[in-house]
Structures are given as C-alpha cells and as structure tokens.
Ligand binder design. Sequence first.
Ligand SMILES: [Zn+2]
Length: 258
Amino acid sequence: MRRAQVTEMMKLTVAAQAALLILGLEHDYFSRVLSIVLFPTDFELPAESWEERGRVVAGQAVNYGSVFLSWETVLAEARDPTTGHNLVIHEFAHQLDFLDGYTNGAPVLRSRDETQRWQRVMQGTFQRLRRDLQTGRKTFLGSYAATNPTEFFSVASEKFFSLPRQLRQCHPELFEVLAEYYRVDPLMWFEGKAGADPARAPSSITEKPASNEAQATAPPQAFESSFTDFACLTAAIPFLFPKRRPARCSSVPTAWSR
Ligand SMILES: [Zn+2]
C-alpha cells in the first residue's frame, strides 16, 4: 500500500468531525484514542486465522488504541453529509461506547432516569428494526445498525449528526435520547439548509409509548444503509440491551470496524 502524506487539512477534517460528538459533553478530548491512522482507501484487517483472508473495512476503533480510517471515505462523507454516513462519527461513537468499560451500545449516562430512557428507546428501536428487516421492510437506520447494540449506537449517531431532521421524523424518541446524551441539537446547525424546524426541536425527553415510533411513516428520502463492515462483542452487558449474551471476539480485543 502506498504511503499517504497526512496534511493539516486531513488532520483538521478528522478532528472537526470527531469534535462534533463532544461539543456538549464533559470530556477529555478522547484521551484514550492513542493515535489516528489514515489509509488512502478501505484497508484489510489481519486475518483471524490462516485459512481466511482479512476483512476489508473503511474504519476500525480500538479501545485504548487507534482509530483507523479510510481517508477516501472520510473526505467524501465530510463533503456531503446528506449521505447519512459519517465514518469519523461512527468510529468515535465507538470510543464513547468504550468509556464505561463495556462495549454494549451505551455510553456513560448521567442518571438512572436517563439510563432507563436509553434502555427503553434503544432496545425498542433496535428490536423493531430487526423485525422490519426480517419482513423485508425498508428502514431508515439500515441493516448494519441491526448488527448489534454497539453498531446501532454508532449508526444512530451518524444519522443524528448528519440527517437530524430525517432521524427525528422516522424515530422521534431515538432522536430525543441522543439529543439528551449529546446535549446538542444538530437540527439547529442545518437550519435554512436542510429544512430544519427549530420551533419543533426537542428540549427534553418525553415519555411516549414505543409505538409512536414512526417506522411506517419514513419519509421518501429515507434510504438503506450500505455498510459492509463487521463487528464483534467482547464485553459483558451491564443492562439488558438486547437480552442476550454477547459473542466472543478471539483476536482483536475491543476493536470495532465499519
Ligand atoms: Zn462500527
């Protein structure tokens, strides 16, 4: 693989997108991310055994390690947030997921109430997404979000920051729990450009029944995710989301790829 020159523009493009995640959070600037490695394009992970080839991915996040990114993907998605995909946000959402010591699709939450809301909304939306996919329905979040809770959180974060209006239309409760956690309202950033309606922007979490989720009324611009990466769970789950034990990852400790 040819060696790429990492310029200030490249560093800024990655850093600015990663910073979106922590604008509203108390943070230590992702201090557990020891390095950020850019590849020119998608790259191949080491094979897990001699009998198979390594998987080709666009990114990977490692707990207390590196974030690996395909610069080609980073640049394309930075230029066009309307794709609904953002590799930098995806991998750095994994880093937030790592912070409590569990890789389970739940970052560090601030209260018991917030945790209960998170669990109810995330679990309900995740399970509904899986059912919709099984029945062949088109979904806004896409099939990759249904891989496991960790990928669900990262994909939902991508949508929250890049397609906030559409996310709120399709999954209002999911939008609200993410707004409560991130403490920002990306709708305001798109005001006048993406048709945001700031008058309707949520300011607090409301206890709506899960059935209010608007899967059936997804707007025409909703589209299927096209992720082709893989993931593996490594840690125990502190609360049930979903109600099953995680699978084991044998060779790459707490590393997540897109
Ligand atoms: Zn991922």
